[in-house]
Design a protein around this ligand. Structure first.
Ligand code: ARG
Length: 466
């Protein structure tokens, strides 16, 4: 056996060294070292279980568990030298453990394989990621609610086809994103539930002859769903990772929609908000520019998160049971998507908090767009004019106002009378945007009382302790 082959966990039957290029393509250490804490924690739980089951002596178990603590400290202190020849995090941890405690280290791998080990590590990592993402989503929701609360009276145009449609409350608009985030959080919780099932004990693929107790390990490690029901599925299932990536893809799509609105709203054309200097950049050539880079990056990073989902699904497609090395390609998309979405959520919260809302510009846009044309039509319909005809009359009023550069509320009663004799002085209050908003009391509508109730409810849910 060559020296190089002997360092490997599987060196026994090999006589020739691994090709240098094979080592490069085979090694996952430069990305899977992120799993070190999960790998060590799971190994400690495994060793403790082996000892309880009488498979490992108490002395060996203690040496292993304490040795692993030290390996962890060394990794955190940056003292471990990562080597491609040692392939992955599992081999690195065990190799260092052997240096520290000697031959007892070799007993840790009893009744397991790297196949169930890596699946366990990744699940533990995803479980933590779900918790971190949930917290980041919560803080993002809080930022939206705070901004809405701070501008609870602000009126803006609601859009369809990006054309000014009807007046709405700015807070109502922000609360739409809070709803999306609730759904993202529900999906995360659901993904967590299916992730928290322990694969350890499946060993390479078929289970093990040793009298193990995976349920105790599951409990020890916080796998609330117990242990996997089928060893082949346990080592080859990455549904939990694919689910997480879908949840993240959709979440990032939501963020990109808000980001796009922030980009639009901060243009001189809209002028609804001003983003703070902290989240914008200038131009090296055009001194007047203030570019919404953070929002653009959030929009742009959606591409990589969607790519991560497609990458993993493509890895899984057509894979025969059980473990295949293709599965090593599961990690980078997961790490990348989690980091990207966390970063974007964490940027959005302070970015929203630091944005200046230009209520006058929004109100002005509401005035200019004939957003009260629907109110006029509804007013006529309420006076008995068939809606089709009411729509036609309101349309003529818009044309009249537009031709003379005025708003609907600036037309005179005489002009209205010339369009329809049923129109009286009481049309003018109806044309007020506040009036249009406050009449939309249908559940989920933009009426002030609805929006204030929705903000209060969101407050209760998002700050339960206060
Ligand atoms: N680094 C490997 C992975 O991420 C660990 C499992 C290796 N298993 C094996 N049979 N070679 O998938």
């Amino acid at each position: 056996m060559s020296d190089q082959a002997s360092q490997k966990q599987w060196g026994g039957r090999f006589t020739e060294p691994t090709h240098e290029l094979m080592e490069r393509i085979n090694a996952s250490i430069f990305f899977d070292r992120r799993l070190y804490a999960q790998d060590i924690r799971a190994s400690q739980a495994h060793a403790a279980m082996l000892a309880r089951q009488g498979i490992l002596s108490l002395d060996d178990a203690v040496a292993i568990i304490q040795g692993l603590d030290q390996v962890k400290q060394e990794i955190e202190a940056g003292e471990i030298k990562w080597r491609v020849s040692l392939e992955d995090i599992h081999t690195h941890v065990e190799a260092r453990l052997r240096e520290l405690i000697g031959e007892a280290a070799g007993r840790l791998h009893t009744a397991r394989s790297r196949n169930d080990q890596v699946a366990t590590d990744l699940r533990l990592w995803v479980m933590q990621a779900c918790r971190d993402l949930d917290q980041a989503l919560l803080e993002y929701q809080r930022a939206l609610v705070e901004l809405g609360q701070a501008h609870v009276g602000a009126i803006m145009p609601g859009y369809t086809h990006l054309q000014r449609a009807q007046p709405i409350l700015f807070a109502h608009h922000l609360l739409a994103y809070v709803e999306m985030a609730w759904r993202d959080r529900e999906r995360l919780a659901d993904c967590y539930r299916r992730t928290a099932v322990l694969p350890l004990g499946a060993a390479a693929l078929a289970g093990t002859t040793h009298p193990i107790d995976p349920f105790a390990v599951a409990q020890d490690l916080g796998f609330s769903g117990g242990a996997c029901g089928n060893s082949l599925d346990a080592v080859s299932d990455r549904d939990f990772a694919a689910e997480l990536l879908f949840v993240l893809a959709l979440c990032q799509v939501h963020l990109s929609r808000l980001a796009e609105e922030l980009v639009l709203w901060s243009t001189s054309e809209f002028g609804f908000i001003r983003l703070s200097d902290a989240f914008t950049t200038g131009s090296s050539i055009m001194p007047q520019k203030k570019n919404p880079d953070a929002a653009e990056l959030i929009r742009g990073k959606t591409g990589r998160v969607l790519g991560d989902l497609v990458a993993l699904l493509t890895v899984l497609k057509g894979l025969p049971l059980a473990y295949n090395k293709d599965l090593q390609e599961d990690k980078e998309p997961v790490f990348d998507a989690v980091q990207t979405v966390l970063d974007c959520l964490r940027v959005l919260a302070p970015m929203l908090a630091g944005a200046t809302v230009r209520e006058e510009a929004m109100a002005q846009a509401v005035k200019e767009g004939f957003l009260n044309a629907t109110e006029l039509a509804d007013y006529l319909a309420a006076k008995g004019v068939p809606f089709r005809q009411a729509h036609e009359i309101a349309g003529r009023a818009v044309r009249l106002a537009e031709q003379s550069g005025r708003t609907l509320e600036e037309l005179t009663l005489d002009e209205y009378k010339s369009l329809s004799s049923v129109i009286e002085q009481d049309v003018f209050p109806v044309l007020e945007a506040e009036h249009a908003i406050d009449r939309r009391i249908s559940p989920g509508g933009t009426a002030g009382e609805n929006v204030r109730a929705a903000l209060n409810l969101a407050r209760k849910r998002l700050w339960p302790e206060s």
